[in-house]
Design a protein around this ligand. Structure first.
Ligand SMILES: [Mg+2]
Length: 387
């Protein structure tokens, strides 16, 4: 049985700002009705993080500060300091890495730890969680929630159950008791649109979904039905992929035997390279934010071009579309000696959330195709695959 931790900084942006202000002798803004947010009178003046008292006032993360002000007239608004946040985040994960390298960072203030291999060394997981929780507070001055479970999904759910400064377990034999009475929109990985659709077919709690007939659910969610029910039952086999295991970038290139100037032939090769790269991405459970292409001309002059995507992806089709556009935009129609593709700024796919139901259908199809191709790849190698 695995033991997985999910560690989550409580009100990260607000806590981190508070810690920094305290150093300068300023009051502890965590104890007031305070938020971190943009300028109140600007359009992107939204709440990025809120104190517990602000939350009690009804302040919601993501809403315009003008709205929060109506609910909470004494609201104090402090600006974000992203440089500070990334430093705090870096220091926290460095500290945790002193205990184990099996850490998967999923956002600026959250990570998973696979405790299984170090349990013998550190002992009971709840005791260990208490220890690091207080060490983090002493060392850095902010609190964290720690969820403990037998897989990542339940660990994440556990750390969300009650805040702040809590250690909560959802072991396999506690799933029914602790998860099933929760509202369906609290199920990790089940977006807003999905829960609205589930509500329409009378699924309101996680338990409702866990006990729903899969064949019936298939009518509405096609091949996603099985995964949804598994999630509600707290089933998750995904592994903690430590960031050390992941390469910082993945690339692949081909040198042409003869300089190539035929657009179609070049794109055909580019597509093949992308298939290889995205296969590797999915194998290591990563998604990439940056897609780049490399073109070397007949004079051995190399040029690379890249774009940053709004959302990280590991989907073959999506990356092909981007790379093709990049190539067509930047290729000067001269002979090409070498063509390459590179993906960078890799992140773990664990925080991937589907937001728009409209997209899901197409995404599902692409995903299924990708999965099939991956299986063929493993079995027969790259030569067999022609889409
Ligand atoms: Mg957090």
């Amino acid at each position: 049985m695995r033991i997985i931790f999910h560690i989550d900084v409580n009100n990260a942006f607000l806590s981190w700002t508070a810690v920094e202000y305290l150093k300068d002798g300023f009051k502890d803004i965590r104890k007031f009705e305070a938020v971190i947010g943009g300028k109140e009178n600007s359009r992107n003046g939204v709440v990025l993080a809120k104190s517990i008292s602000a939350k009690k006032c009804g302040v919601v993360t993501g809403e315009p500060i003008v709205h929060s002000r109506k609910k909470c007239p004494n609201l104090e608004v402090y600006p974000p300091n992203y440089k500070l946040y990334s430093e705090m985040s870096k220091n926290l994960f460095l500290f945790l890495r002193e205990y184990t390298p099996d850490i998967e960072v999923c956002s600026i203030d959250e990570c998973f730890i696979d405790y299984t291999p170090v349990k013998k060394m550190y002992g009971d997981e709840k005791e260990f969680a208490k220890k690091i929780q207080s060490e983090i507070f002493e060392k850095f001055g902010f609190t964290v929630n720690i969820g403990i479970a037998n897989n990542k999904l339940c660990a994440k759910m556990a750390s969300d159950l009650e805040k702040p400064n809590k250690i909560i377990t959802i072991y396999d034999d506690e799933i029914e008791e602790k998860m099933w009475n929760l509202d369906i929109n609290e199920l990790y990985g089940c977006g807003k649109k999905t829960s609205e659709l589930l509500n329409k077919i009378n699924i309101f709690t996680i338990g409702d979904l866990a006990n729903y007939d899969e064949n019936k659910l298939r009518k509405y969610f096609k091949n996603r039905a099985h995964a949804l029910i598994d999630m509600a039952r707290g089933i998750d086999d995904s592994v903690v992929v430590s960031d050390n295991d992941k390469n910082k970038c993945i690339s692949s290139s081909t040198t042409f035997e003869k300089d190539e100037y035929d657009e179609k032939s070049i794109i055909k090769i580019l597509d093949k390279l992308i298939e290889k790269v995205t296969f590797q991405l999915r194998e290591q459970g990563s998604s990439a934010y940056v897609v780049g292409i490399i073109i070397k001309d007949a004079f051995f002059k190399t040029k690379s071009h890249q774009v940053k995507l709004k959302n990280a992806t590991n989907e073959t089709k999506e990356i092909k579309d981007v790379a093709r556009k990049l190539f067509l935009k930047n290729w000067n129609k001269e002979d090409v000696r070498l063509i390459g593709v590179k993906v960078e700024q890799l992140v773990s796919s664990c925080n991937y959330q589907m937001s728009l139901f409209e997209e899901i259908k197409e995404k599902d199809n692409n995903k299924k195709l990708d999965e099939t191709v991956d299986q063929l790849y493993k079995k027969y190698g790259s030569k067999v695959i022609k889409k």
